[in-house]
Design a protein. Structure first.
Length: 578
């Protein structure tokens, strides 16, 4: 369980305020996802046409992992009714294989103790309940404790997407601290999922608000951490994605297409950058103490992998506390620009203060694990890259920026960011990683929901995103300096030309949007019945496109992306193009 970081309002929202002068600024099918294993740029780049093939885990492997975790969850207690939803009431009997034991149980989420209620007859449950039980022999806890989750509901519903059902036990909407939440995932069987079916995953969990300005949306995003009986991380495979405990629920809100994040990830994967896997789900979130109802429907969400070091996400070397000298100290690190919200440990810039970067935050190792010697070593490495980029011969293979960064990954990140014109690009949610013995690599990609013309006042068809809106807003001039270097600029031109002949052609760009949006047709109708905002201009503090239908939103996005690509074509990637 990692320390939770608190963030403030999005810089993009601040920019939108200044620009607009106001309080401003199912897509993929359940079979489709981007992958955290897209080949790293610089070590075999790809430029595939169309949507990429999903990478995940087999159904059989997922079922085995889910069953193992379900067994761990129930421990040495047998529940006559497995975890799931119910209507009206449910009768649950308890038994144990522990010889000579009595069973004690709780319904308030706390683990049983020797003073908890003794089980004597079937329990009649009428409200959402976390039923925890433990065998006791002569007053001493024996065997493994167990938990089963029962979610009361007053509604029937089906979907062609996975249904994610979360119940906060009547404790309301969380803030920035983790709160207990029952979590169940119902995956389509025969093309349909149902609130009444046995969940493929039912687990204890914690959740809290996620994001910066988006945390204030009516349709809020959440961070989700799956947990076992000891409140430790429980790694579940969800909807075909590899097992992990850490997930993000992103609720597209100002993004009325619902697919802009997915589209950004898809572009990244297609060109060879690291991106999170995701699945689209429909979310039911019950925050009050009454049974789950139709009012608890929250619409279409993206269930995203978080960006973290692991063999199934960002597979880089784990940096231990004892790794204090080279070569061990050289990796692995994950860092990001987080303008005006960066938290320690931050990497200081010690060079020319007029060109220095700012707000470069280290995500991996975690703040409680990273050693001062490691922060110092990484800051010195980044400083060497920065100084080489600002030197007299920046493109020199031995002494310039190519000695420190994976150039191809930076080329590809610029292409995706410029195609999107996402307002926080290069400023926030801009990640880099460095493996042991490797160079600094751009990525994984994150956060494209306010790009691709979602906010027309900021997502202009013309102009460069790497040039800051206003002096002083930029966190770094790295991307501007790279584009001003003729050698790097030519690499961007060559790469763009290659991609425009295949993966980023007008036809493929529009096809990808269609492939992402088509499976969401029915879910989108339900989403915008819940959130009737298609014809509302100001949504979540952002000025958005208005239409009468969701299909028109998709068409606007297709039109804009081809216009944006055409402008980039005409600019020739000249830095002075306006």
């Amino acid at each position: 369980m990692r320390t939770q970081r608190i963030h403030v309002i999005s810089l993009f929202a601040t920019v939108a305020l200044l620009l607009a002068g106001s309080t401003v600024a199912q897509a993929a099918s359940d079979q489709q996802a981007t992958t955290g294993h897209a080949q790293a740029a610089g070590s075999g780049r790809s430029a595939q046409a169309g949507a990429a093939t999903p990478v995940g885990v087999s159904d059989a492997a997922a079922r085995r992992q889910q069953q193992r975790l379900a067994d761990d969850m129930t421990g040495d207690i047998t529940y006559s009714v497995p975890s799931g939803t119910f209507q009206g009431s449910v009768s649950v009997s308890l038994s144990t294989t522990v010889s000579g034991a009595q069973i004690r149980y709780t319904t308030d989420g706390q683990p049983p103790t020797a003073s908890s209620t003794v089980y004597s007859s079937p329990l009649q449950l009428t409200a959402t309940t976390q039923l925890r039980a433990q065998a006791f022999v002569d007053g001493t806890a024996s065997g493994e404790p167990g938990t089963a989750l029962y979610t009361a509901r007053s509604v029937d519903a089906t979907s062609d997407l996975p249904l994610l059902v979360m119940d906060a036990y009547g404790k309301g909407k969380p803030d920035r601290d983790y709160a207990d939440v029952s979590t169940m995932l119902m995956e389509p069987q025969g093309g349909s999922s149902s609130l009444a079916q046995t969940p493929t995953v039912a687990t204890r969990a914690g959740f809290h608000l996620h994001g910066q300005s988006s945390a204030n949306f009516d349709k809020a995003p959440y961070r989700l951490e799956l947990r076992d009986n000891d409140d430790d991380d429980a790694d579940y495979p969800l909807a075909g994605m590899p097992a992990d405990s850490d997930w993000v629920l992103r609720g597209p809100y100002p993004d009325k297409t619902l697919i802009r994040d997915a589209f950004g990830y898809q572009l990244g994967q297609t060109v060879g950058l690291k991106t999170p896997r995701y699945r689209f789900v429909e979310l039911y979130l019950n925050l009050d103490g009454s049974p789950l109802s139709a009012d608890d429907y929250q619409g279409v969400y993206m269930l995203d992998e978080t960006i973290k070091r692991s063999s199934d996400r960002l597979d880089i070397q784990k940096l231990k506390k004892t790794d204090l000298t080279e070569p061990a100290i050289t990796g692995g690190y994950i860092m990001k620009f987080n303008a005006y919200a960066a938290e320690d440990p931050k990497l200081p810039c010690t060079g020319d203060q007029s060109t220095c970067w700012k707000d470069l935050e280290v995500d991996e190792p975690a703040p409680e694990d990273i050693q001062s010697a490691q922060t110092t070593w990484l800051a010195q490495y980044v400083q060497k890259f920065h100084d080489a980029l600002h030197g007299s011969d920046p493109s020199n293979a031995s002494t310039g920026y190519p000695a420190y960064i994976d150039v191809d990954s930076f080329v590809d990140m610029i292409i995706v960011n410029e195609l999107s014109r996402e307002g926080d690009a290069y400023i926030r949610s801009t990640y880099f990683y460095k493996d042991r013995g490797g160079k600094l690599v751009a990525g994984p990609l994150w956060d494209y929901d306010l790009g691709f013309d979602a906010v027309p006042g900021s997502n202009s068809v013309s102009g460069w995103q790497y040039k800051p809106f206003f002096p002083g807003f930029a966190t770094t001039d790295w991307f501007l300096k790279l584009m001003q270097d003729p050698t790097f600029n030519q690499r961007v031109v060559t790469r763009w030309t290659e991609l425009r002949q295949g993966a980023l052609s007008d036809t493929q760009l529009k096809n990808t949007i269609t492939q992402l949006s088509t499976p969401l047709t029915a879910a989108a109708q339900r989403n915008f019945t819940k959130w009737p905002i298609l014809d509302t201009q100001m949504v979540g503090g952002f000025q958005t496109q208005t239409t009468g239908t969701w299909a028109e939103q998709i068409q606007l996005m297709q039109n804009w992306i081809t216009q944006r690509a055409a402008w980039i074509d005409s600019s020739g990637w000249r830095v002075d193009a306006q």
